[in-house]
Design a protein around this ligand. Structure first.
Ligand code: C2O
Ligand code: CU
Length: 510
């Protein structure tokens, strides 16, 4: 069957395939009911191979839509970050990996070859795609074994700024990430040129690897920079407290912060003309770092959050949590201007340069005054009328109580770590209200797979998002329509929190 072929992809050894599909079946049967012949009234989870998943995909297909093909190889590589050379893992040999671009409604077909020494998957962050292409081990697909290839194929139903990364272990904190831009031909956009900016915190190959960082945290150590992790030029001098995060800025001490894979001393330079309007699609691909981004000498107009349009708001700076994306438009002045992303509450920053004139490059540690002006967060945004999910009495509500802490290093949802969790049931077509209740002393960027939700503040609607910052002690309400059947991971996008348990699943049931 075409579907099966797609699901397991070419090159997966049959033994792996059988083992993996057994695990899949086990993981989607609810209530511990594993009998071969359940009573008809027993609710059954709608798994990734359920026909409803394919039906939802068929409904997204537009006749005559094109197919965009791409090939990705995840493999070890040595890269120069700009004066610092590291061994890491990357897609197609670069950090970030290649930007993929398609138009809304088109099909993306990507052959992913695993050249790593361990299993991997690819998750297409933010896209409401078919469940069996979501890239979550055991929950939606078997992992891709070393040396094998899996073909992802899905329709992109919404335009916007998205990205992709593995969903196995701490692989995201290596160089395995890249942008996925879904263009909207019907929306010409109020700008002349655009660039994608990926922000990252970097440790891999500096004397420690991400698995070692996790092991250290779980072993009860305070995270300290390792050998060879001495701060590079331009990595010190942060003077911004993390009051916006409610205190604790993160668990990991990173030696470097990168913008499009580069250290501040060798920045990306964007050339343009004065007066042009430049759209920046900003992605926070970091594992444990929030960034505060500003462009010297400019205000920016925020137009989209997590790919979805918002009523435009002008601001000096924007706060971006892990997994979040903000699109901003700036009208360029005449000169040479640093775009700086400060690691919020940490020591260091990353940067690019916008150049509309000749002139010397700004000092490597130059910090735009705009960083201490108005700093926009999700709380300042409202979805546009076209994408706003109107308020209704929910058919079903779920609390996700965020708990845990550093000692021991354990982060949980509803008192459980992932693997011991109780999936949160829902039925196709329901209006579902999620409440993220943060009982911890740290912020958590909470991400829902396969859906975007309407953030709802006490004062009214917020942005339409797939990843939302939940500050210490705060409760965030997120309303969503259950229109994409399957099993969907929901988790903290602090990679180390997720790995330490802060994940659960939304489980569609018949
Ligand atoms: Cu970037 Cu599970 O997600
Ligand atoms: Cu967290």
């Amino acid at each position: 069957m075409l579907h099966e072929q797609r699901f397991f992809g070419p090159g997966v050894p049959r033994r792996t395939l059988l083992r993996a599909s057994a695990a899949l079946v086990g993981s989607v049967v609810l209530g511990g009911c594993t009998t071969a012949d359940p009573a008809p009234s027993t609710p059954t989870a709608i798994g990734p191979s359920d026909p409803r998943v394919a039906m939802a995909e068929t409904a997204r297909r537009r006749s005559g839509a094109g197919v965009v093909e791409a090939a990705l190889t995840a493999a070890p590589v040595t890269v120069d970050l700009g004066g610092v050379t590291v061994s890491t893992w990357a897609y197609n040999g670069t950090v970030p990996g290649p930007e993929l671009r398609m138009r809304v409604g088109e099909v993306l077909r990507v052959a992913v070859t695993n050249g790593l020494p361990e299993d991997t998957t690819v998750h297409w962050h933010g896209l409401a795609l078919r469940n069996d292409m979501d890239g979550v081990p055991d929950l939606t697909q078997p992992t891709i074994a070393p040396g094998s290839t899996f073909s992802y194929e899905f329709v992109a139903p919404h335009p916007g700024t998205y990205w992709f990364h593995p969903h196995v272990g701490t692989q995201l904190d290596r160089g395995l990430y890249a942008p996925l831009i879904v263009e909207d031909p019907a929306d010409p956009g109020d700008y002349d040129l655009e660039h994608t900016i990926m922000l990252d915190d970097w440790v891999d190959g500096t004397g420690r690897t991400p698995p070692q960082v996790l092991a250290g945290l779980q072993g009860g150590q305070m995270d300290m920079p390792g050998m060879g992790g001495a701060p590079a030029t331009g990595q010190t001098g942060n003077s911004y407290p993390s009051s916006l995060l409610g205190g604790d800025p993160g668990d990991v001490t990173y030696p470097y912060f990168l913008l499009n894979g580069r250290l501040p001393a060798r920045p990306l330079t964007l050339y343009a003309k004065p007066g042009q309007r430049m759209r920046l699609r900003v992605v926070n691909a970091a594992s444990d770092t929030v960034f505060r981004l500003a462009v010297a000498g400019h205000r920016m107009r925020v137009t989209h959050s997590d790919g979805f349009p918002v009523r435009p708001v002008d601001t000096d700076a924007v706060l971006i949590g892990m997994g979040e994306r903000y699109d901003v438009v700036i009208t360029l002045a005449d000169g040479v201007f640093p775009v700086v992303a400060v690691a919020e509450g940490k020591a260091g920053q990353s940067r690019a340069i916008i150049r509309t004139a000749e002139g010397p490059e700004p000092a490597v540690d130059a910090l735009p005054a705009e960083l201490t002006g108005r700093v926009l967060t999700e709380a300042d945004l409202i979805a546009t009328e076209a994408v706003l999910v109107p308020e209704r009495v929910p058919d079903r509500s779920h609390d996700l109580t965020l708990g845990g802490g550093m000692m021991p290093y354990r982060w949980e949802i509803n008192g459980r770590i992932y693997g011991q969790h109780t999936p949160l049931p829902m039925s196709p077509g329901e209006y579902v209200r999620l409440r993220f209740v943060n009982t911890t002393t740290m912020y958590h960027p909470m991400h829902v797979h396969g859906h975007t939700f309407q953030v709802r503040h006490p004062s009214g609607p917020g942005a339409r998002k797939d990843t939302v910052m939940v500050m210490p002690g705060q409760t965030v309400v997120a309303d969503m329509i259950a229109d994409n059947p399957g099993q969907w991971l929901t988790h903290c996008h602090n990679l180390y929190h997720g790995e330490a348990g802060m994940m659960t699943a939304l489980s569609y049931q018949t």
